[in-house]
Design a protein around this ligand. Structure first.
Ligand SMILES: [Zn+2]
Length: 425
């Protein structure tokens, strides 16, 4: 290809990208997951699927070694041989047979993204470690529909590098949606099988959605979410008996034995089930909350709770996940942790300084009385309308909340560290 042809091609790609981005603005993006039906695969396909991920891991680790003395852009992605270590840490050479060219590039792109992520963390003065060698590779990006992957029909897909079709389950979810467009997909290697997570775009129908009025939500330490309308959601997920059993099993197995390897596999599978339940719960709650036009929440310090007495409970609750997912939505307004949502009395406007975590009911001298969580959720809507709310270092009352006062106005969370702390129930 001559230089002129190359430039013309790049221009074409750029133009196409711009048009696509323009089109996407009026579309809804959804990711659907289909499972690869392993029982309908032949031996060659099973081996190939397995080896794609193994080779991706080899490639990733090889690039990481390459990076110690070189730049990432100098890496030759067409290489057939990669170097690595075997389980006795002796150098070995692996031949790449199964992984396709676009998959290779996706591995490299993944590494680049990781580096970018670390760099930006460093820029924000976070402590960062180095990229580590992987022992598993879990997700490969299939960049282009009709190139890296394609649908033959509702039950069959093709993936670049595979000579025959692959059976899948679960395309029913999106198969009948009119004008659906497929973007990239991710081939996932999860503990309970292989999946394909497909990004799709479809028309939003042009109709403007009708929302319910605004709502405030309070995230409680007792792993509940309380709305300003008085509804309470429980977000705790119980650890299953089987999970505990699997943990004990792993603990009893000899290290680096194949029995332990099998036990770890079982444990991972079980963790994934817990995680799926968590995701499901989070999605359902978020769907309900986002039926409101605006959602107000406070950026509470879940990490601080984690360290305190409630570590175990917070770990198995979907609270962090819900918070994270909500914060990504543009209709959600997040108040800083410095806003005294619990202390403020909406009737007389006083701040009640001596409220502790033990008080479940807010009582003011003016006679106002309300459940503490509902009270806080309602206050979020009120406080967010004050002028100084959201200003750096100042809360809704114009108080300077840099450093020390920050903790003080944070609903008494600092008490968590104290040994004489009041214990729930
Ligand atoms: Zn009052």
């Amino acid at each position: 290809m001559t230089d002129e042809e190359r430039l013309a091609k790049n221009k074409r790609i750029r133009e196409q990208g711009r048009l696509t981005r323009e089109k996407r603005k009026s579309q809804i993006c959804r990711v659907y997951r289909v499972k690869i039906d392993i029982s309908h695969l032949n031996e060659a396909q099973k081996l190939q699927l397995k080896m794609i991920f193994v080779e991706a891991k080899w490639l990733y680790n090889d690039v990481l070694t390459f990076l110690t003395n070189n730049e990432i852009n100098d890496y030759d992605t067409t290489t057939q041989i990669v170097h690595g270590l075997d389980k006795d840490r002796q150098p070995v050479m692996h031949e790449l047979e199964y992984i396709s060219s676009q998959m290779r590039q996706s591995v490299l792109q993944g590494l680049k993204n990781n580096m970018k992520g670390l760099a930006s963390l460093k820029e924000h003065n976070h402590k960062i470690g180095r990229l580590r060698y992987k022992s598993d590779y879990a997700s490969i990006n299939l960049q282009q529909y009709l190139v890296t992957y394609r649908f033959y029909d509702e039950r069959h897909i093709g993936i670049q590098g595979f000579k025959t079709r692959i059976s899948i389950k679960g395309a029913k979810q999106f198969w009948n949606i009119p004008n659906i467009e497929y973007a990239n997909a991710k081939l996932l290697n999860l503990p309970d099988g292989y999946y394909l997570a497909i990004t799709t775009y479809c028309d939003n129908g042009g109709e403007k959605r009708k929302y319910k009025p605004e709502i405030g939500i309070d995230m409680g330490i007792k792993t509940t979410i309380t709305t300003s309308e008085g509804k309470k959601y429980k977000v705790l997920i119980e650890e299953s008996e089987r999970l505990k059993k699997c943990q004990r099993l792993v603990a009893r197995r000899k290290k680096s034995s194949s029995n332990r390897y099998r036990a770890v596999k079982l444990l991972r599978c079980e963790y994934q089930k817990v995680d799926s339940r968590k995701q499901d719960m989070a999605n359902k709650i978020i769907h309900e909350l986002l039926e409101h036009e605006r959602v107000y929440m406070q950026d509470e310090n879940l990490k601080g709770w984690h360290k305190g007495l409630f570590g175990r409970t917070v770990q198995h609750s979907a609270l962090g996940l819900i918070k994270h997912k909500l914060m990504m939505n543009e209709r959600v307004i997040v108040l800083s942790a410095n806003e005294p949502t619990t202390k403020y009395c909406p009737v007389c406007g006083k701040l009640k300084k001596d409220i502790t975590l033990a008080d479940r009911v807010y009582e003011c001298t003016c006679g106002y009385r309300e459940d503490r969580d509902i009270h806080a959720a309602r206050n979020m809507m009120l406080l967010s309308k004050k002028d100084t709310c959201g200003t750096q270092g100042i809360n809704a009352f114009g108080e300077n909340v840099r450093r020390h006062e920050l903790q003080d106005s944070c609903c008494g969370l600092e008490e968590l560290g104290s040994p004489h702390f009041y214990k729930w129930e």
